[in-house]
Design a protein around this ligand. Structure first.
Ligand code: NAD
Length: 470
C-alpha cells in the first residue's frame, strides 16, 4: 500500500469517525466523502541536456458544493492519485472550518524539484497549467490552485501567465491561481500566512485557562518550549512568530538533521547558519541529534510538525515528550499515533483548522483579483484624515498636545498587509471557538473529531441548501 493510499485511508477514517456523531443522511455523508473529479495527465518534457522525460501529474477536486474549488500544487516524489485525493478532501473540511467559500482540491506533480533547473521547472509548470486549462481544471470560477510543498510564488506566476495567455481578454484571469508574487497580482501577507495562522490559532488555544490547566500548562505563549519539524514556508514563519511572542524554540529539524538547545535557538541565526553551510547541524551552542526524527522526541510543551504527512506514528508516539501537537503540516499524525496521543492526554490541534491560514489569505487574494483593486487603497487616506481630525478635537477638549510620534501612530490608516493580517487573525480566532464548543460538548471527544463534525455540518448545510438532499 502506497503512503498516499494510507493517507487517504487516514482522512476517510477520520471523516467516518466524526460522521458517526452526526445525524446526517447516510447518502449525503457518502456524497460529502467522495472525491468528485480526478485528473491524471502525463506529458514529455525536454531536460536541459536534451533527454526527454515523461512527467506524471494529478489534480483532484474533492467537492463542488461551493465553487471554485481550491487547493495547493505539490512537487514531490511521493505524489500519487491517492495523496492528492486525501489532500483535496482535507481542503474541503479546511475551507468549511474557516468559512472560506470554496470546495476542496489539490494537485501534484511527481518529481523532486531540487533535481531540476529553473528552466526545466518552468517548462513542466507551464505544460501542467496548459493541461489544466485544456481539461477545464483551472479558472477563477472553477478551480484555483496555490503553493504547497515544493512550489511557491514563482510557480504560481508561471501558472497565472500561462492561463492568461490562453484565455486572453478574460477580465478575471489573475484569479485563476493564488500565492502569486505581489508584482503579479498576489497579495501582501500570503507568503507567511500559514505560519502566521498557526501562531494565531495556537495562541487562541493556549489562552483558555481551563484547557491549559488540564494539560498542566499555564496560559499564553510566553516561555512555552516549542519544537518545529521542517523549516520551509510554514515551519520557518511559524517559528518566527512563536519566537516573537516569547516562546522558546528548543528543537528544530530539517531534511539533513536536527538540533536542540533547552536554552533556545534563534530562528534567524539558524536560517543564516543553514544558508551559509547548507545544513542546520553544528549550530553554535546546540546539540546535533543522532537522527532528524529525534527532534520529535525533544522535551517541550508544543510540538509542531511542519514538513510532511505521517511523521508521528505508533512507533514514536509513545516517546513524544510534549503536551500539545500542532499539525501545521497536513496529515502528520497517523490514526494509530492519534489514538496513542489521545490515551496519553496529549492535545492534538488538527491540521484542517490550524494550517488554514494559507487558504484564508488565498481567498483574500482571489477577492482582490476579482475586485481589481488593492485592499486599503480606497480608505487608507480617508481614515488617516478622519483620525487626525479626531486627535485635533481631543487636543482641543483636553488641552494636551500629542507628540509627533503619537500622531503618526494614532492616525495610521490600514495598509493591505494590515487588513490581511487582521482578517487572518479574526478568521483563526473565529474558527476556533465553534470547534472548542463541539469538543467540549461530548465527553471523550478529541479536537480532530470535533473539527471534522463542525466541517461536516457546514458542508452538509451547503448541499441541503442546493436542494439535492433532504
Ligand atoms: P516547504 O517545501 O516550503 O517546506 C517543507 C520543509 O520540510 C522543507 O524545508 C523540507 O526540507 C523539510 N523536510 C522535508 N522532510 C523533512 C523531514 N523528514 N524532517 C524535517 N524536515 C523535513 O513546504 P510548506 O509549504 O512549508 O508545507 C509544509 C507542510 O504544510 C505540508 O504538509 C503542506 O501540505 C502544509 N501546508 C502548507 C501550506 C502553505 O501555505 N504552504 C498551507 C497549508 C498546509
Amino acid at each position: 500500500m502506497s503512503l498516499g493510499s494510507r493517507f487517504l485511508e487516514q482522512v476517510d477514517q477520520s471523516f467516518d469517525h466524526a460522521a458517526s456523531f452526526t445525524r446526517h443522511d447516510p447518502t449525503l455523508l457518502a456524497n460529502i466523502k467522495a472525491c468528485k473529479n480526478l485528473l491524471f495527465t502525463s506529458f514529455p518534457i525536454k531536460r536541459d541536456d536534451g533527454r526527454i522525460e515523461v512527467v506524471h501529474a494529478w489534480r483532484a477536486q474533492h467537492s463542488h458544493h461551493k465553487l471554485p474549488c481550491k487547493g495547493g500544487i505539490r512537487y514531490a516524489e511521493a505524489v500519487d492519485a491517492e495523496e492528492v485525493q486525501a489532500l483535496a478532501a482535507l481542503m474541503t473540511y479546511k475551507c468549511a472550518l474557516v468559512d472560506v467559500p470554496f470546495g476542496g482540491a489539490k494537485g501534484g506533480i511527481r518529481l523532486n524539484p531540487k533535481k531540476y533547473s529553473a528552466g526545466e521547472l518552468e517548462r513542466i509548470t507551464r505544460r501542467y497549467a496548459f493541461e489544466l486549462v485544456r481539461k477545464n481544471f483551472i479558472g477563477p470560477g472553477l478551480d484555483v490552485p496555490a503553493p504547497d510543498v515544493g512550489t511557491g510564488p514563482r510557480e504560481m506566476a508561471w501558472i497565472a501567465d500561462t492561463y492568461s495567455q490562453l484565455r486572453a481578454g478574460e477580465l478575471d484571469s489573475l484569479g485563476c491561481v493564488t500565492g502569486k508574487p505581489v508584482s503579479a497580482g498576489g497579495i501582501r501577507g500570503r507568503t507567511e500566512a500559514t505560519g502566521r495562522g498557526v501562531f494565531f490559532g495556537v495562541r487562541e488555544v493556549c489562552s483558555v485557562a481551563e484547557d491549559m490547566k488540564a494539560l498542566g500548562l499555564s496560559t499564553g505563549l510566553q516561555g512555552k518550549r516549542v519544537v518545529i519539524q521542517g523549516l520551509g514556508n510554514v515551519g520557518y514563519h511559524a517559528a518566527k512568530f512563536f519566537q516573537e511572542a516569547g516562546a522558546i524554540l528548543v528543537g528544530l529539524s530539517e531534511s539533513e538533521g536536527a538540533i536542540a538547545n533547552p536554552a533556545g535557538l534563534d530562528i534567524e541565526r539558524v536560517m543564516e547558519h543553514r544558508m551559509a553551510g547548507k545544513r542546520i547541524l553544528d549550530f553554535p551552542g546546540a546539540t546535533n541529534l543522532a537522527r532528524r526524527e529525534d527532534a520529535l522526541e525533544v522535551d517541550c510543551d508544543i510540538l509542531i510538525p511542519a514538513a510532511l504527512e505521517r511523521q508521528i506514528t505508533e512507533e514514536n508516539a509513545p516517546r513524544l515528550r510534549t503536551r500539545i501537537v500542532v499539525e501545521a503540516a497536513n496529515g502528520p499524525t497517523t490514526p494509530e499515533a492519534d489514538a496513542i496521543l489521545r490515551q496519553r492526554g496529549i492535545l492534538v490541534v488538527p491540521d484542517a483548522f490550524i494550517n488554514a491560514g494559507g487558504v484564508t489569505v488565498s481567498y483574500f487574494e482571489w477577492v482582490k483579483n476579482l475586485g481589481h483593486v488593492r485592499f486599503g487603497r480606497m480608505e487608507k487616506r480617508f481614515d488617516e484624515g478622519a483620525y487626525a481630525r479626531l486627535l485635533k478635537a481631543v487636543e482641543g477638549v483636553t488641552g494636551r498636545r500629542f507628540t509627533a510620534d503619537e500622531v503618526e501612530r494614532l492616525t495610521q490608516g490600514a495598509s493591505e498587509e494590515d487588513l490581511v493580517n487582521s482578517g487572518l487573525e479574526e478568521t483563526m480566532i473565529g474558527a476556533y471557538h465553534p470547534i472548542r464548543e463541539a469538543w467540549k460538548r461530548q465527553p471523550d471527544l478529541d479536537m480532530r473529531t470535533a473539527a471534522m463534525i463542525v466541517a461536516i455540518d457546514k458542508v452538509a448545510l451547503s448541499y441541503e441548501q442546493l436542494g439535492i438532499f433532504p
